[in-house]
Design a binder for this molecule. Structure first.
Ligand code: B12
Ligand code: SF4
Length: 469
């Protein structure tokens, strides 16, 4: 410990087998860039093991190593931390898993940061330089979003497919399987729109558009527009803010995607503004088609009677929908798989994610299942949402695992992709094509490309899971 001269290395450990992720799944490690921005005067390098192998020579040549971990990559993070400390380099751990289980994390680290870094990271580095590193660092209060500095994107690899940005923190809901409101509070905190526009200006001016997109963009303008993903849990958490934001995004002429709750579908003005500002895809956690299951999950904001209408409305505005479903709740029986896949196909979800209900540390679900002694494994590497780690109530463990795998395969089968959900087979798409052919064609391109990538990724992932079991 002492002076920081050689630099700080920030690492995102692999959350799956290295090399397993296809190009389309490369999300920028914005967390690393954000941490560096919190104390920008120090020298940094960022390594994302999800896109390239770790450079151990550079790790060895660091004054300090900081690692961000979720639950699924905690074992990998701990191995990296142990190996780094064995070389005599101090390690700091942070992120969702370390924040929920700091006492576990400290066994592999010199310090653990609980929660957001904006206040604690500069203090930790000052303490480090004064040989006074504490074991735990925790914010006194939630960070005022107006004080969040722009991430140091200059430190990120250029291997990512798109740019990412965070506009809000926190979530007013408390779904029993989710850790977001426990991690970032129930208050929905929004960054000032002026800051967002300024940051966006920087991103767009630096965005590198590939030669083929530039070329094709001469005739198909949508293709040459920069793409930004807003890594928010709910872009529509406060409708008035969202609408004001969308309005101000329009002049930027870029394309964006994010996550939203389904209430956006009930607000025609918001949909119109979102589409006009460049929104082309939204990820929506429908979770279940059974109201009893939604109640069990505490997901009271989802109303099954509006599911189909919401998807139709989004499609009307040329916005693709990635729906997410969860299997394994107590009210789920083994009929849930077929019923859900049929439903997702019928409502013409462009993409769908099927995961197994997983009790993340710090969630209400973990509390309930621990009390009921239903957890069968605390090997965190299995917490990838594709493997059962607790006993389901109305089916066997094997039925849950095989049923989920069946859902993925069925939804992404060629037959399902081409016949049942092909946008050309969709009257709304035909209508869109007449009024706005470029946007409609983009949805078709997204549909074809994303489904192809998902099909391939699923095959790889299932083979990997098989090889491990
Ligand atoms: C973007 C994202 C992803 C991206 C990751 C991109 C990347 N390269 O980082 C992708 C899409 C790949 C992803 C995948 C998954 N994700 Co995810 N994801 C998120 C999301 C929406 C935003 C994270 C983010 O980038 N925020 C922006 C940055 C700037 O903020 P931040 O990460 O919070 O970092 C701040 C602080 O937390 C802190 N900090 C964080 N790490 C560290 C480390 C140190 C050392 C320090 C000092 C500080 C610090 O400092 C930052 C500044 O304040 C969060 C939800 C959320 N609100 O956090 C879920 C979240 C992190 N994901 C989660 C999960 C469960 C998953 C999956 C396992 C499940 C799934 N199927 O979706 C998969 C894993 C991959 C797999 N095996 O399939 C959970 C993790 C909970 C847990 N205990 O594990 C979260 C919290 C959502 C939830 N529902 O609870 N995810
Ligand atoms: S699942 Fe979504 S709506 Fe529910 S608590 Fe988590 S972030 Fe909020």
């Amino acid at each position: 410990m002492g002076k920081i001269e050689k630099g700080i290395t920030i690492i995102s450990p692999s959350y799956t087998k290295p090399g397993l992720l296809l190009k389309g799944f490369r999300f920028p490690f914005l967390t690393g860039a954000q941490i560096a921005a919190c104390a920008s005067q120090y020298p940094y390098r960022i390594m994302d093991e999800n896109i390239e192998l770790l450079d151990w020579e550079k790790i060895e040549n660091s004054d300090l190593v900081a690692i961000s971990l979720m639950t699924v990559n905690a074992p990998r993070a701990y191995r990296i931390a142990d190996q780094t400390r064995a070389m005599g380099i101090p390690v700091v751990l942070g992120g969702s898993h370390a924040s929920m289980l700091p006492r576990e994390a400290i066994q592999h680290a010199d310090a653990v940061v609980i929660g957001e870094a904006e206040q604690t990271w500069p203090k930790l580095l000052r303490d480090f330089e004064h040989n006074n590193l504490q074991k735990f660092y925790k914010n006194e209060h939630l960070i005022d979003p107006a004080t969040i500095p722009f991430p140091r994107r200059d430190l990120l690899s250029d291997k990512y497919n798109f740019s990412a940005m965070q506009l809000t923190r926190g979530c007013p809901y408390n779904c029993y399987f989710c850790s977001v409101s426990r991690l970032f509070g129930k208050k929905y905190r929004t960054r000032p729109i002026t800051h967002i526009l300024e940051e966006l200006k920087q991103i767009i001016s630096q965005e590198k558009i590939s030669w083929w997109r530039k070329g094709m963009g001469k005739v198909w303008k949508e293709l040459k527009k920069p793409v930004v993903i807003f890594l928010d849990d709910n872009i529509f958490g406060r409708p008035s803010y969202a609408k004001e934001l969308f309005r101000k995004l329009i002049p930027f002429k870029f394309l964006w995607g994010s996550q939203s709750t389904m209430n956006i579908g009930q607000d025609e003005e918001a949909l119109e503004l979102a589409a006009e500002s460049g929104c082309r895809a939204l990820f929506i956690g429908l979770e279940s088609i059974n109201p009893t299951t939604l109640k069990e999950m505490g997901k009271n904001q989802n109303k099954t009677e509006f599911y189909e209408q919401t998807i139709q409305k989004l499609h009307k505005y040329g916005i693709s929908v990635i729906t997410a479903f969860i299997f394994g709740a107590d009210s789920d029986s083994k009929e849930v798989f077929k019923r859900t896949v049929d439903f997702a196909k019928r409502i013409k979800a462009d993409l769908a994610q099927f995961t197994i209900l997983t009790p993340l540390p710090g969630t209400k679900l973990m509390e309930i299942w621990e009390k009921a002694k239903r957890i069968i494994s605390k090997d965190w590497s299995l917490y990838d949402f594709g493997r059962p780690v607790a006993k389901p109530l109305n089916m066997t463990i094997e039925e849950l695992e095989k049923g989920t795998q069946w859902a993925w395969k069925k939804f992404y089968s060629l037959e399902s992709m081409l016949i049942k959900r092909f946008p050309l087979n969709d009257w709304q798409w035909m209508k869109n094509f007449q009024t706005s052919p470029q946007t409609a064609l983009l949805r078709l391109l997204f549909y074809g490309g994303a489904n192809r990538v998902f099909r391939k990724q699923i095959k790889r992932h299932l083979a990997f899971q098989e090889s491990q079991s």
